[in-house]
Design a protein around this ligand. Sequence first.
Ligand code: 5AD
Ligand code: SF4
Length: 475
Amino acid sequence: MTNESGKYVVRTFGCQMNEHDSERIAGLLETDGLERAENESDADVVVLNTCCIRENADNKLYGTLGHLKTWKDAKDGRRIVVAGCLSQKDRGGVRDRAPWVDVVMGTHNVHRATELLAQARSNGPVTEILDEAVIDDHALFPSALPVRRETSWNAWVTIQIGCDNTCAYCIVPAVRGKEVSRPTADIVAEVGSLAANGVTEVTLLGQNVNSYGRDLAVAERRETGEGSVAPRFAELLRAVGSVPGIRRVRYTSPHPKDMRTDVLAAMAETEVVCEHLHYPLQSGSDRVLALMHRGYTAERYLERLAEARRLMPDLAVTTDIIVGFPGETDDDFVRTLEVAAEADFDSTYTFIFSPREGTEAATMVDRFVDPAVVADRFERLRTVVERSALLRHQARVGRIEEIVVEGVSKRDPGVTTGRTRQNKLVHFRTDRVLRPGTYATAEITRGAPHYLEGRLVEVIADATHKVRIPVASIG
Ligand code: 5AD
Ligand code: SF4
């Protein structure tokens, strides 16, 4: 089916789940006859795949839509699509603020991108936001749709959509719906076909991967009257880890309240699962954690972390922390500093609390923290986490590490960049042209807070992926 002609660009805001949805949207548009454009000036269709997790995402979107009005007016037939979490949240609001948008679609109808675009071309602007995922293989998991993957030695694979938690600050459950797991056999089959195309690294994506499979187990038990209803993420890691050709498995994100020993053991025992755990702390204060409904205390978080490090002594640990949650006192914040120091993170994503309409925390207006106080806390936290990151990186100097080449630096063409199993960037100088996806070893020569420097030792495996993974057929 090729109904369209011309070129498209997709611009993505937000997380990996969104990046992956964008690959699906691009895959569908290409199946429909559109070609990828380098930038907007030679595109006929611009898709903005939006995020709403923090406030500045909204501002960025509406700013971009302002520029796109001029772009659209400059040439007949140009169309604008707004997809993703922000349109799911704002619904009709997107069109109220930017009536020149042609298609507004949500997170549950990625599979409808081309139909909606065609509809807009013949009948004018269209808005379609579904309240929940359509229970249908193609619609449910973006991975079951055609794909136009961005890098081709590594691939994202959706294992679960939605989230059943109720973190007080988080808009995700409202825009991504309830948790639904994808059947293990489908995931393993997709990883198998990726590997057959030369993909060597996969990242399993879900909002709360530790509960992966619980819904499947409950449904099976309902049908057969037997079996355990425990989550199945540990089994999934082992299954994906045994697919021939896969050399690295990563995943994101786990929830500390649900982290179980069986998952840590599966990580430790499955050789290809990388020594990296993204383990979102959010706050070090038990009082704030309770207000957030996180379901764990700092002590329990640290105990689990210690267990993970016992099982995987060379584990890199990264985290997310929110500064300035409503009601956070200086004492609460000092606990966050203490717990962060004790956890000895490799890197931290620090976010300033941003009230999201519709979440519980957004109603706690009388306890919002003064922005100047928040800015000061943000800096204090940065000092603590950069110190531990730097020390951890310096401790790696002299080690020989496996890296996957990602490409040549844009700023300095003499520098090539690779990524270690711990998910750290290593910059090194070489005259050799190494194709992205090549496995090599590097000796670490210097540690900085956000990256490592190294020296190329040897190439251990050439990249084997095809230049582009062909667009898969639906069905
Ligand atoms: N304000 C600030 N940060 C937030 N995050 C999620 N919601 C908010 C919010 N309302 C952060 C959390 C989460 C990460 C993806 O984004 O730390 O782990
Ligand atoms: Fe991703 Fe969450 Fe942003 Fe949606 S709101 S794009 S799920 S980070």
